[in-house]
Design a protein around this ligand. Structure first.
Ligand SMILES: Cc1ncc(COP(=O)(O)O)c(C=O)c1O
Length: 398
């Protein structure tokens, strides 16, 4: 699954170039760099691949989501609709920005649904932080219609979905701002790293300013220029950016390999009665990082996971019980446990997080199993994995 599968001489060369110059900082020090600006080069690759007008690399996907929210003007007291099925970072980012997360239901797209969002709307809803889960896009036609009707701000957490497009447009470009992760587990990795994209110049200015203590930056230089806003240090290092740049140069190849392998395994699973697949409005736009399938019931999904383990097949996620991706395990968030007082402790919140009405999410995530798709599987490995999966599933489903 992760881009590390594709690490080669190119990543090593780029990292060595940074080490040889000794310039690990993305700004200034022109005399050291021998013309190399790895963060800028990574951003240029991101613009090329996604078609975004602006891209800004940061230290992680988590800081990218925070930066994207800030760039979209989300702040103190704003109600932001979020999914209960995502990585924790989405919710954390909303809370760190001083906003109020409002959970809405999802559907078989694995993303927020139009119906779910409609039910969660209040007169104070300001924004949606939409998460494109498990490598594929949400129902963007339906969601964009709703966004326009209700005059909402859309921010896209595409932490898991670099490489996913919807009817030709990259995820991250439907709303005001979008965020990607380059952590160790993603289709392209920098070890740690993140990236924000936007087509809006003002939003881009906030991105680079807020992620570097509010500096307004003169090109790649920072020094005596003004601070239009205050910020933080969410900067990416040149070492990480060097790897991120090369991985972005490889993303088309990585995605093509994954798509081919996923198609083979999906066809194998389709042999098994009772298995259904994640709904995607535009399957052509899939990044193919995961093969997502549903069992008829939550009980059968759990049994399947046990059977896969007993049969020695690895690489599956059962998000329903994992600690990071589903609200059932987020007691610290539901109980608002934090180190210090934050706006969501004192402001009105339209929901009791311990009594949320999200039946579809419970059903969908309870039945969902996701297999991380590797691009480097050989034909023999694919065949063997397909055989084993089908055999295990038949034991469970009869
Ligand atoms: C949807 C989503 N958003 C944000 C993040 C955070 O990214 P990072 O681990 O790079 O901070 C992740 C990480 O898995 C994610 O899946």
């Amino acid at each position: 699954m992760p881009g590390t599968e594709y690490f080669g001489a190119e990543e090593k060369r780029e990292v060595n170039e940074v080490l040889e110059t000794g310039c690990l900082f993305r700004y200034n020090h022109e005399h050291l760099r021998q013309g190399m600006w790895k963060a800028t080069e990574m951003e240029n690759e991101a613009k090329r691949f996604t078609g975004a007008k602006y891209a800004h690399a940061v230290s992680s996907g988590s800081t990218a989501v925070t930066t994207a929210l800030a760039a979209a003007g989300i702040g103190y007291g704003d109600e932001v609709i979020v999914p209960p099925f995502t990585y924790l970072a989405t919710i954390e980012a909303v809370i760190w920005m001083g906003a109020i997360p409002v959970f809405a239901d999802i559907d078989e797209t694995l993303c927020l649904s139009v119906d779910g969002i409609k039910k969660a709307l209040t007169p104070s809803t300001k924004a949606i932080c939409l998460v494109h889960m498990c490598g594929g896009a949400a129902d963007m036609d339906g969601i964009m219609k709703l966004v326009k009707e209700h005059n909402l701000v859309l921010v896209e957490d595409a932490g898991q979905a670099l490489g996913a497009f919807y009817k030709g447009t990259s995820v991250g470009l439907f709303g005001k701002s979008g965020a990607f992760s380059f952590d160790f587990f993603k289709i392209t990795t920098a070890g740690e790293g993140g990236l924000c994209i936007t087509n809006d110049e003002a939003a881009y200015d906030i991105m680079h300013q807020i992620s570097d203590h509010g500096h307004s930056h003169l090109g790649n230089n920072r020094g005596m220029e003004t601070h239009p806003i205050f910020g933080q240090n969410f900067r990416i290092s040149e070492l990480h950016a060097a790897i991120g740049k090369v991985q972005l140069q490889k993303v088309e190849k990585i995605r093509a390999d994954k798509r081919a392998n996923k198609a083979v395994l999906k066809a194998r699973l389709a042999e098994v009665d009772g298995i259904t697949f994640r709904h995607m409005d535009d399957p052509e736009g899939d990044s193919a990082t995961f093969l997502n399938f549903f069992l008829p019931t939550q009980e059968l999904a759990q049994k399947t996971m046990d059977q896969f383990a007993a049969d020695g097949i690895a690489g599956f996620n059962y998000w329903f019980t994992n600690m990071y991706h589903f609200i059932n395990q987020w007691d610290h968030i539901k109980n608002k446990n934090s180190a210090s007082k934050l706006p969501f402790h004192v402001l009105d919140c339209p929901q009791d997080y311990n009594n949320l009405d999200i039946p579809k999410a419970q059903n969908v995530v309870g039945r969902l199993i996701s297999l991380g798709v590797r691009g480097t599987w050989t034909a023999d490995e694919l065949q063997a994995l397909g055989d084993k999966m089908v055999a295990s599933l038949k034991k469970v489903l009869g």
